[in-house]
Design a binder for this molecule. Structure first.
Ligand code: FAD
Length: 434
């Protein structure tokens, strides 16, 4: 249908407006706003997007709100920007050209006068802070509104959603949305017991307390730092400690045998993006692919950086608890897959980088809907439709791209934000053209 978009929408003026809400002004919001704006501008289909953001656009990438120090670089190349892969088969040539000329990373660099410099410097991956500014610029350029405030409630009212928001001045309810997209990694999700007094940072607040962490390390240089996890967050934490020149040994404790590297290989990249390949895979095979190459992998450039430090070591083990020793120090207990007896490892600080609560938005829903999501995440994933809408009985469309590993391995990351936005917008475009 999409290539016929321009001719097929004759008479659209009579169609209802379709209104989509996006919770979080991050990478996914930027991709959805930009694509919807191009469709709106090129075809005049009346699609409206409202973005809700508790801090500022791109907040999680700035270093001011956890998740990052803002200075780290993206692991993925800049060209995997909010429109990648600019597939004209989705909504036609005009939309794809408009996306590229207005919202691509190259257009952003050219309009800020830094394109030549960026090429001269070997096209470096953007720093998180600069990426935040790019996302901000894209959302604003789309012309869609950003409501400043924290979303605290999602309520179905007939076939529409109402959204409760704590805005700076008051709590307000915004209504009549045909669909809602929940974005963002969510808060840190603790995976082991932490005794009172144990010095454990989670993977959000570590980045808010970097100086505390550094001072603690310098105060006890002979005690190792323990990082729990084996994915990108654990590696980014280790990378920061190396760059901050802490003298301590850094032990990464993860459930896998090693830190696995994700390389920029054609065959892997193709499997990420080719729906025909994806359609040939069983659910188990899809999950295995996503686990191995997204959650369980670290980009090779980051692995290379860590390998160059003689203070960083990886140890396989599953942590069950962080406790306080009689001496007052912190230690973790962990077991290996070969020897389930718990082993202790002392640490000056522990950073729990084992993951986030990707279903965080469930807590915004009324209790019965919240239970549908929380009680059976597996069923939510298996029953998700191609637009990443959850199979929620009695609710309008609620898209959860962060849980969409079975639909596509690339919708939860920055790998193909253009494909992700195409998939989410399709049911609304189809409704306008019906
Ligand atoms: C530090 C970090 C680095 C990453 N680097 C890469 C990478 O290099 N390549 C890659 O492919 N993937 C990367 N990922 C993984 C993944 O791509 C991102 O987590 C995800 O795609 C970000 O897009 P998003 O729009 O879902 O969320 P974000 O860009 O994180 O935006 C979420 C937004 O939601 C807002 N928000 C949250 N809750 C509420 C609420 N209740 N009300 C209002 N606003 C709210 C937040 O303030 C935030 O601005 C990284 C993840 C992290 C955490």
């Amino acid at each position: 249908m999409p290539n016929g978009l321009r001719s097929a929408h004759r008479g659209w003026e009579l169609a209802n407006v379709q209104r989509l809400a996006v919770i979080g002004a991050g990478a996914k919001a930027a991709a959805i706003c930009a694509k919807a704006a191009c469709i709106r501008d090129e075809t005049r289909l009346p699609i409206e997007v409202t973005v809700f953001e508790r801090h500022r656009p791109g907040a999680n990438w700035t270093g001011d709100h956890g998740y990052s120090d803002g200075a780290q670089r993206l692991c993925t190349p800049a060209e995997r920007d909010i429109g990648f892969p600019y597939d004209p088969a989705s909504y036609g040539d005009a939309v794809s050209r408009a996306m590229y000329s207005r919202y691509s990373w190259l257009a952003y660099k050219a309009s800020s006068g830094s394109y030549g410099d960026w090429v001269d410097r070997g096209r470096p991956r953007p720093g998180h802070n600069e990426f935040a500014n790019y996302l901000d610029a894209c959302i604003r350029a789309s012309g869609y509104p950003i409501v400043q405030g924290e979303v605290v409630g999602l309520t179905p009212t007939g076939s529409k959603w109402s959204i409760g928001v704590n805005e700076p001045s008051a709590r307000r309810v915004h209504g009549e949305f045909d669909g809602v997209v929940a974005t963002g990694p969510g808060p840190a999700a603790p995976k082991f017991d932490v005794a009172p007094g144990a010095v454990v940072y989670d993977s959000v607040d570590f980045w808010n307390r970097l100086e505390d962490a550094r001072t603690a390390c310098l105060g006890q240089p002979d005690e190792p730092v323990v990082i729990v996890g084996s994915g990108g967050t654990a590696a980014a934490t280790a990378s920061w400690l190396v760059r901050a020149d802490v003298p301590n040994e850094i032990i990464i404790l993860g459930g896998q045998p090693a830190l696995f590297a994700r390389t920029d290989s054609f065959f892997e990249n193709r499997a990420f993006r080719d729906p025909d390949i994806w359609a040939t895979l069983s659910e188990a095979h899809r999950l295995a692919f996503s686990d191995r190459l997204t959650r369980g992998a670290v980009w090779a450039n980051v692995v290379d950086d860590l390998s160059r430090s003689d203070r960083v070591f990886y140890r396989p083990g599953t942590v069950s608890a962080a406790r306080v020793a009689d001496s007052g120090g912190t230690y973790v207990e962990y077991a290996t897959s070969a020897t389930p007896t718990a082993v202790s490892q002392e640490a000056v600080i522990v950073v729990d980088a084992s993951g986030f609560d990707l279903a965080w938005f469930a807590d915004l829903l009324p209790p019965a809907l919240c239970r549908q999501v929380r009680d059976d995440i597996g069923a939510m994933r298996s029953g998700m439709d191609a637009s990443t809408a959850l199979p929620l009985a009695g609710a309008p469309k609620l898209h959860a791209p962060m849980l969409s590993q079975l639909i596509s391995p690339s919708f939860a990351s920055l790998i193909a934000l253009g494909d992700m936005s195409d998939a989410i917008l399709l049911p609304y475009i189809e409704a306008l053209m019906a």
